[in-house]
Design a protein around this ligand. Sequence first.
Ligand SMILES: Nc1ncnc2c1ncn2[C@@H]1O[C@H](COP(=O)(O)OP(=O)(O)OP(=O)(O)O)[C@@H](O)[C@H]1O
Length: 312
Amino acid sequence: MTAAIDIRAVTRTYGHATALDNVSFRVPEGSICGLFGSNGAGKTTVMSIIAGHDRPSSGEALVLGDTPFEHEVTGQRISFIRDNQRYPDNYQLKHVLRIAPEFAPDWSAEVAAELVEGFRIPAKTPIKKFSRGQLSAVAIVIGLASRAPVTLFDEPYLGLDVGARTLFYDVLLRDYGRHPRTILLSTHLIDESESLFDRVVILNAGRVAVDCDRDEARELAVVISGAADAVGRLTAGRTVLQTRAIGSLSSVTVTGDADEALLAEARRTGVQVASASLQQLVAAYGAPAGDAAEQTDHQSTRTTQQKEAAAA
Ligand SMILES: Nc1ncnc2c1ncn2[C@@H]1O[C@H](COP(=O)(O)OP(=O)(O)OP(=O)(O)O)[C@@H](O)[C@H]1O
């Protein structure tokens, strides 16, 4: 695959704190990749490095074949949408719509107009008086209308209501279909955004826990639920990612796909077996150690690089 984003063994430390620890993953050109993980997992840090706003302590980040840090040409091809965007005090929406296209050669005035209307962004109110959701709406207008070859959305819809979020998903998918580009999006609203992604990266405490295609992710883990003793028998000898217990019932996420033997035994004992949803995968693989009620000592890690190494 041609990688638009190629993160190679990137470590980022701040004093004694390690935000990213030997992180490697690639995002193919023309794909939408979801970046997931708990608070503090390192999502913003890696996006800042990809955007060229920060640089690794060690390792290398390549975007469109170049190192983005202090590289103006690459910087112009990246749009980084995050929640701390600041605007001059006197700015109204019209100022943003006048200036943003100067930094985005592929700017779409039609996409901008559609989103401004759909989000009902106030025209006359100074942006500094905007609500949290209205600020997110302005940032999304910039991110989508820019049509940058590499677009990074870091939790882009803080404060947006469900209707506005649906508009974002719809316009993103439609415009991406017509003008393919590479999009990396981090969010904690995993269930509702699941259909957007064709790649998945899950970070856990600064490390890559999962890096694979969305289809492969469906086969990474199953959730086995039912009477605790029956579930215990079915999960014995398997790698347990996460256990949740409610009274005499338990729900256990284990690695791997559901094989025939497991399904037959589950039917016989009245236990449910289902592929883990993306949200369940993120909860299982992205949970900081000790968060799950019960966890194996060595939480399984599944990355494309490791699979390639194993196959070699
Ligand atoms: N400038 C900094 N100085 C010190 N520590 C930092 C700095 N920036 C990030 N960190 C630390 O690095 C870790 C990763 O932070 P980061 O913001 O990348 O996480 P995140 O996955 O984006 O979290 P969230 O989901 O809460 O936004 C955190 O422990 C954070 O405290």
